[in-house]
Every structure is written in C-alpha cells, then in structure tokens.
Ligand binder design. Structure first.
Ligand code: 5GP
Ligand code: MG
Length: 489
C-alpha cells in the first residue's frame, strides 16, 4: 500500500509544501520512500525530489523553493513489488507528450505480461520493476497517437484505454504539464481516493488524497470520494471536469483500509474508519458476551495490540463490561526503516517495538485484541511476551476474519503458504500461536460493520478481477521485494 497526494491552486505559489504536509499525514501508508513532483508554469518545467525513508527525512526545508509551481503531486512508498531502489520511487515523469507526471497506490496483476508484450511488439524496455513506469508509458503512448484536439480529451482517451488493459487496483494522481492536475481510480474502487476544496480570499485550491486525513490536515473541505472508474481533471484555473472511463463494474473496496491500513481520523468512501472499528468491537463483543455467559472464557481485562486495534478493543470492553487496559506500549521512535530482512529479525522487532506493562499483566486472564493475524509471527511473540510476564491465560481476538489467500491489489500479504490461516483450523492456529483460544471476526460481521461492497479476496479467494496471472505475479513479488520486508506491527 502507498499514499498519494496532489494539489493545485489558481492563486497560491509553491504547492509542494502542501503536498509535503499531506504526505506527512499519510506517512502510515508507507515508510520506505517518498517523492514530490511539481510543475511551474512560469518556467514551463517540472521539478522533483525523491528519496528513501520517511517523508521528514527525505525533504529538507530549503528544498521547497526549488519545487516551485502551482501544481504538485507526491507519493509515500510501501514496497510491495519492486525493490526499494531509487529507480522504483515515485512520482515518475516524462517530458513528452505535454509533460506527464504520475504517482499511484496499487498493484497491476498483469504487469509481467504487459511488459513482455510491449518488449516483443516494439522493443520497449523499462528502467524499473515498478508498474508506475508501465502506466506512464501506456498513458503517454495513447496520448501521442490520439486524434482528439484538446489535451484533456487525449488524457481521457488514454485513461479509458488504460482501464481496459490494466488488471488491478489503483488510485493515480497526475500532472498534465501546463494544463492541470488529474486523478483516477480503478473501476472496482479497490484503492481509495478523495477530493477536497479550499476557498480563500486569494483564490481556490483543490487537493486529492488517498485518505481524507490529509485534507483535514491541510484545511481542505471534503468534496467527494472519487468514484470507481472516474477520471477527474482540474484545470489550472481550478475548473473541475469528471469523466467516466469504464463501464459499470462491481464495487469492491479493500476491506483492509478499515481493518488496518487507513488512519483512524479518515473516512474512506464516506465510511468513518474510527466508527467502523468501533462497530467491529461491538459486534465481536456481543458474540463474546454469550461466551462469557456460557463460562467458556473468563477474561479479567481487554488489551489492545497498539495502535490500530485500540478502537475496537475499547468498544469490545464496553460491550462485555470488562476493564480495558493497555499492557503493551509502543515505542514510537523505533521505525520500520530498520531494514528487517529475515524472519529472525522480524521476530525480534516485536520486542523492540512493544514494551510490556508488567504490573498490569501479572496474574491476569487477558482478552488480547489485534487487527489481523497474517503470518502469526506478531501474535506469537506478543503472546509469549505476555506469558513471560505472568499472564495466566491469553485469548486472542482478531478484528479481521482469517486471512487465507494472498492480496494481488497492493496489500503486502505473503504467499499462501506463509499465511498461517491458509490451511489450518482455528484451533490449530490457536495452538501454533500459543493462545488458549482464538476468536475471529466473521466475514458476515465485517459486512455488517463496513458494508457489502468489499473486496474480501484475501478472506475467501473470490477476487474482483481475474487472478489468472496471480501466481506469476506472486513469485515475481517474492523475488523482488523480500530484501526490504519490514516488521509487521
Ligand atoms: P503477522 O505477524 O501475523 O504476519 O502480522 C500481523 C500483524 O501485522 C498485525 O499486528 C497487523 O497489525 C500488522 N499488519 C497487517 N498488515 C500489515 C501491513 O500491510 N504492513 C505492516 N507493516 N503491518 C501489517
Ligand atoms: Mg498490529
């Protein structure tokens, strides 16, 4: 997963500072690298700066005067495919036609076959393993050949053609040279994107972001979520035009945005993330209350694994009337930028990141709440830590249903054989993790909390697009990205 931001103003200079702040608000969506691209109409050129690491480390204060212009886009990278080399960082830009720069959040399933086809058809070669370069190429090549008169019409034709070729989930922001800012979202709405507006005495500005948290942070009013299959174009005079580039598709929003990925302050597709997490806790709480009545479990306290699951743990504790306690404190200064390459390092990262509150753990029967169990590594380490410090019993509650299948659309889930739930019963998973009992939110309950139009491919293997090329894609992903795999907490 990654975060994207784009901003344009008809009056303000230097939108790169706004984009920088927007990226800070989206830092949780990716910590491997960041970049900003601006277009300065006065001089007719693009400026860019990209680097590995956290947003605040990549940009220095004096850089923004060089990233001049009234249009800018930015990206914060979470490596899922491709290495984390400089050539894989975004945004990417090409000078012809019109000057076209883009950044995206998502994954292309048929990346390899498209690249092979282009190589054989026209000898095209790419400089990175990143699908953003392919997307830029595909957009540019249609725009060059287009018979349409206006650049924005050529762009709409190119996006429409891209929508037919690309199999995947994507939220793209882009700059069309001296013409304006644009954004488009995949026809299934797998990846999120929203639009905000700010009106000041001096003029109007627009901002596009992966999540509404960045709009709030920058003082933009939320206007709308970009619809699945919609292309938005905002001219340099801040006139907004909308195009529908795909025929109606089944909406399949990624459930993991609400479960784990999005910031608690955001609303994704107008569903508040915090509220969805509260509801998940209440739904689980109602089920657990019955288990308490039947004396199946007898927890003394409800404990979240910080940070994401805190919201659900609070409402769960309220629903069952058992005290909520924080027994694990996250050290906010230990970052993923520790490059954790293998399983051993991944495991020790849990103890580096989460400090136990011994006084609250000792002698307790703990109902531990986490957002998800992927490989099981995190839960295993946390449970053994809680037991080491004197917990009598641990019941684990996951606010995600069992993750049994890979994600092909941008969430960094491993291959099926690494997923702890892919071929085990819940009781066997509990034994492997070392908990006394394991309780999962059910898929039906997830629908109740968030809505029916979700992508739950990782939960039941039913994906919104063809995953025929999924296996090749997964192998490619493992080969390319393992050197940069980070701690999962
Ligand atoms: P596991 O150790 O089971 O493989 O991973 C589960 C943990 O990783 C959970 O605590 C969850 O919060 C976290 N997690 C789930 N998905 C992601 C992700 O895409 N990136 C990161 N950094 N953590 C994740
Ligand atoms: Mg976690």
């Amino acid at each position: 997963m990654c975060g994207v931001v784009g901003a344009i103003s008809n009056s303000k200079e230097n939108l790169s500072i706004e984009v920088y702040r927007g990226l800070l608000a989206l830092q949780h969506r990716g910590q491997d690298g960041a970049g900003i691209l601006s277009y300065d109409d006065e001089v007719g050129r693009f400026y860019q700066h990209k680097g590995r690491g956290l947003v605040a480390d990549v940009f220095k204060e004096n850089q923004f005067s060089q990233l001049s212009g009234k249009i800018a886009i930015g990206h914060t990278r979470y490596t899922t495919v491709g290495s984390n080399s400089l050539s894989d960082l975004q945004p990417v830009v090409q000078g012809h036609p019109y000057g076209l720069g883009i950044a995206h959040n998502g994954n292309t399933l048929n990346y390899l076959s498209l690249v092979d086809y282009l190589r054989m058809e026209s000898g095209t070669g790419f400089t990175s393993c990143n699908d953003i370069e392919l997307i830029l190429y595909l957009l540019g090549s249609v725009m060059i050949k287009s018979k349409k008169h206006k650049p924005v019409e050529r762009l709409a034709e190119a996006v429409s053609s891209l929508g037919e070729k690309l199999n995947g989930g994507y939220g793209v922001v882009g700059i069309l040279g001296s013409y304006g800012l644009f954004a488009f979202r995949d026809p299934h709405g797998i990846r999120p994107l929203c639009l905000g507006k700010r009106v000041e005495a001096s003029g109007v500005s627009y901002c596009i972001s992966s999540e509404s948290v960045a709009l709030n942070y920058l003082g933009f009013e939320f206007v709308k979520d970009i619809a699945p299959g919609e292309l938005l174009f905002i001219s340099k005079d801040c006139e907004v035009t909308s195009f529908n580039f795909s025929k109606k598709s089944v909406i399949s929003r990624c459930m993991f945005e609400w479960v784990y990925f999005a910031s608690a302050e955001s609303s994704v597709d107008s569903i508040p993330v915090y509220k969805a997490r509260l509801v998940m806790g209440v739904i689980l709480g109602r089920r657990i209350r019955k288990m308490l009545e039947r004396l199946e479990i007898a927890p003394d306290i409800v404990v979240p694994v910080p940070d994401t699951s805190r919201t659900s743990a609070i409402s769960l504790a309220e629903t069952i009337g058992i005290p909520y306690r924080e027994c694990l404190i996250k050290n906010r200064y230990v970052h993923r930028s520790f490059i954790l390459s293998d399983q051993e390092k991944r495991e020790s990262a849990v103890e580096l990141k989460l400090g136990p509150v011994k006084s609250e753990i000792i002698g307790k029967n703990i109902l531990l709440v986490d957002d998800s169990v992927v490989r099981g590594t995190t839960s295993k380490r946390i449970v053994s830590m809680l037991k080491k410090y004197g917990a009598k019993k641990v019941t684990l509650v996951s606010t995600s249903p069992p993750i049994t299948h890979p994600c092909f659309y941008g969430v960094d889930f491993p291959s099926e054989k690494e997923l702890i739930a892919s071929n085990k019963s819940i009781d066997d998973i509990a034994i492997e993790i070392g908990v006394d009992r394991l309780i999962y939110l059910e898929i039906e309950e997830l629908y109740q909390a968030i809505g029916n139009d979700l992508c739950v491919g990782c939960l039941n293997g039913s994906y919104p697009t063809s995953t025929f090329e999924g296996k090749t894609f997964a192998n490619h992903r493992i080969k390319e990205s393992k050197q940069v795999a980070g701690a999962l907490i």
